[in-house]
Design a protein around this ligand. Structure first.
Ligand SMILES: [Ca+2]
Ligand SMILES: [Ca+2]
Length: 432
């Protein structure tokens, strides 16, 4: 992101009279020399929203024991430098420079770190969004030989990851039982593979709109017919106050609207175009089931039709729903989500929005798309509604508020102080 003339003039003022500001290469070489690092490579990246490229250098330092420390130095804007440590304290020597593949400049800085005991690896990637250094993706996978009660020796694998650029997550796990000498794989094995949409609850609408992750849940045989447009949902969530609530704005893209009637029986409602919101509130009252299923449809006149489908005969107040143009605005109060009233951020719930598309009377639910697979009353199949710290669009670093990501090696970026000449300041000596 370039802030233009203002920043450029500040940088010039910071330089000695008449001297041109130092180049990125000069800045990186100064930084490396002061800290006994070697500049391994310098390359251009596209790390933010503007077309100007950002400069990135990768530096390595050989430690006394023959291992290495490595870090990225990144120029976000002229005069704005960051360092991001990677592989601090690795026991391997400095790796040979890895050539970037040909093609457009990479759009994120990637981190991959082996987990202790060769048990798997963790990954993360970062970039700049709206001027901030943010996490675009994070994940880990574990590959473990261990003993399982089911089969003695086994090989098991689990992985999970989040992609905040595409607003999706994945989880998979499988295990295979091994024969006694490990030479062969014996049945049974199980595989679990889950994918779903991340719906971030924001403080203000995002400047750059990201498409909601959609999955086809059910289609008729021999589908799709030619020219059929795939119906899908766009879901945006905002945190509103006084009273506090999460406002969902749901836009359905569909070619033929089959409207509802206010007095339809539930069974008939399932046969017209309708949304289903599935979620699992936090701390549900002991006497209520753990999950909710809300149906939302519209009449031909554009009036909302809202009702609980699950739990059956549920008596909790319905969320307030209005239509703004073609968008459904659905207000979920803290009680609907099971949130204590003062809790604004730092929470996450199993949550899925499904669109059930009918284009002709009497066809039931021919095409169903949604933000995750949904198995009735099984919250482990749902996607997620997630309010990150500060109701941000992307996770910020470090991730210590989210314990599940604590071992992900996404380093906190450090802003590098520059001298009056525009060069990185030498390290401050440790205090005696
Ligand atoms: Ca750029
Ligand atoms: Ca339809």
């Amino acid at each position: 992101m370039r802030t233009g003339l203002l920043l450029a003039s500040v940088v010039l003022l910071a330089s000695p009279a008449g001297a041109a500001p130092p180049t990125f290469v000069e800045q990186v070489e100064t930084y490396a020399r002061d800290r006994a690092f070697t500049v391994t490579w310098i390359s251009d990246y596209q790390l933010d929203e503007d077309p100007e490229l950002e400069h990135v250098a990768w530096l390595c330092h050989t430690t006394a024991k023959g291992g290495h420390d490595a870090l990225f130095v990144v120029e976000q804007d002229p005069g704005v430098l960051w360092s991001l440590h990677q592989a601090e304290g690795s026991e391997e020597p400095c790796p040979a420079p890895k050539l970037l593949p040909p093609g457009p400049p990479p759009s994120r800085l990637e981190f991959v770190v082996k987990l202790p005991g060769d048990s798997g690896s963790a990954t993360g990637s970062v970039a700049f969004r709206e001027g901030k250094l943010v996490t675009l993706s994070r994940g880990h996978s574990h590959d473990v030989r261990n003993a399982l009660a089911e089969c003695g020796h086994s090989l098991s694998f689990t992985s999970q990851g989040e992609n905040w650029a595409e607003l999706s997550f994945s989880q998979s796990s499988w295990y295979q039982c091994l024969t006694r000498d490990h030479s062969d794989i014996a049945v049974p094995s199980t595989i679990r593979d889950r994918r779903g949409g991340l719906i971030p609850v924001l403080a203000t609408p995002a400047r750059t709109h990201a498409s909601t992750y959609n999955l086809l849940i059910r289609v008729p045989k021999n589908w799709p017919p030619r020219h059929e447009q795939l119906a899908h949902v766009q879901v945006d969530a905002l945190f509103l106050e006084e009273p506090s609530r999460v406002r969902l704005r749901i836009h359905v893209t569909d070619d033929v609207l089959l409207p509802a009637h206010a007095k339809m029986a539930d069974k008939e409602l399932l046969g017209v175009d309708h949304l289903e919101l599935w979620w699992s509130p936090m701390n549900p009252a002991p006497e209520t089931p753990a999950n909710r299923q809300l149906a939302v449809a519209r009449t031909a006149k554009g009036e909302p039709v809202v009702r609980w489908l699950f739990p059956a005969h549920f008596t909790e107040p319905l969320p307030h729903v209005t239509l703004e143009g073609d968008d459904f605005l659905i207000d979920l109060a803290p009680a609907h989500l099971g949130l204590v009233p003062e809790l604004k951020d730092n929470w996450s719930l199993p949550f899925t929005v499904v669109f059930s598309d009918s284009d002709a009377v009497g066809t039931k639910q021919p095409v169903v798309t949604g933000t995750s697979m949904v198995k009735p009353n099984d919250a482990t199949t749902f996607g997620r509604l997630i309010a990150l710290k500060g109701l941000a669009r992307y996770p910020t670093m470090p991730n210590d508020d989210e314990p599940e990501w604590n071992d992900i090696p996404i380093p906190p970026g450090e802003n590098l102080p520059l001298t009056a000449a525009g060069l990185p300041a030498p390290p401050t000596p440790p205090k005696p």
